[in-house]
Design a protein around this ligand. Sequence first.
Ligand SMILES: [Zn+2]
Length: 474
Amino acid sequence: MISFIVDLPRRSPSYRKVVYALSEIGLRLNTKFAIFNDEAVAPSTSIKIRYGENESKKFLGLNLPFGKGTKIGHLVDGKVSLWGQQTDRGVDCVSGVANLLLFNHEVQAVNAKLDNKGVLPAKEHPLVKLGLSTKPLVENNVQYIQRLLNKKGYHWKRGPSVWGKKTCVILTHDVDGPQLHTPFDLARAFAKFLFKNNKFEANSAWHGLLTLMLKAKDPYWRFDDFMKIEAAIGAKSTFFVYPGPIKHVPTHINDPHYNPSKHPFPEMLKRLANDGWEIGAHYGINDHSTKDFEAVKLKLEELSNSKLFGSRAHYWAKCWKNPMSDWQAMCDAGFHYDTSCSNQALGFRSGTTYPTTPSLFWQDTCKKPFVVFPTAVMDAYLHHRWGAASSAEVSIELENVIKNTQDNCGALVLDWHVRSLANVGVYEGMATPLFLTLKRLLENSDTIFLTGIEATQQWQQHIEKNVLERPYFV
Ligand SMILES: [Zn+2]
């Protein structure tokens, strides 16, 4: 077992941040650990790791480098990228982890560059700008601490993977405009073709009209196809569904335009849930409060006849200015996890391939932990017409994301829109990268496919098993 000793005054502004960072570090070391304020109460048989200002000569455990300044950023140790502050005794990795997981690395960019949907464009994200978005910076920091432990003479290895198998893959689908055969969707496709001369929309429009006249299946309605493909590879996925307008919240112009209360949505949602697929909430851009999230949850639970646990923001339009407050509202509304953590490009918005547990920051206890997954791979990021990178860059970045997740036994969230499987018109070329990615993942027998809530429960059990004690906040 590891005992972290936080040698900082409880009233210092960084105290809570440090306890949170050490909690996330402990969960990645994958062993039982406790956090104490006072060395005297730490079990004498445990490995003691101290973090704080006034280093004591009498302390026999590992003193972690502690930086007093606030110059936190990219550092290189050998060839490995770290995120922290340089001190004369090495790299302060704890403040680096706190900086990333509390999104302090984004503050400047967020204050200056949010777009009209309230989202930071990928090219403005600090990690994308530095070419670090596919690096597992948090896990690299944790391995740095592990190396310090080994140097100190603790020959210690981290525990086995959290997921039973090495890598966990969470396959998810955003349900945005999954129909082309409605007057609105057809008219929109023709309008974009006629007024914006968009030839891909033209293909969508003609394809939609032709299939409608031939009484063929709606090209964008691909729920059944996903069910078949996933059943064939032994996977179940999570579908994030727009709840439609919520009474007390104004809709945003960029919200989806369908109403899931109308045929054939309720029948489809019930069938998915009944057959073991998970339904989550793809909430509207203006939903922010606990009341909003409660209404969203209740509505989708009624429509799908299933219990809702997870959520994802439409356009990632959440959690930029104050991520913790949105997540706390979701948690209070009864959600267990969120998957809106993405920098809109391939990779990790806060440098981690693991889920994070922000409730360990806002609450004293480990009860009912709220889990957030980084969504590292989305259909549009892999497509040259939509993504920020060229095809050659994309293949390298995707390989880095997969390899870094596998090497660290992390969780890889994939996001493919339901309509992307149509592979026609606007979404032409969107399905192929999914098949190639799945093939690449299936080549490794140490991969397990979990739904969002299954992965959340495993992470929650990991917390319950390994976090033995944390000091109460003041
Ligand atoms: Zn969406």
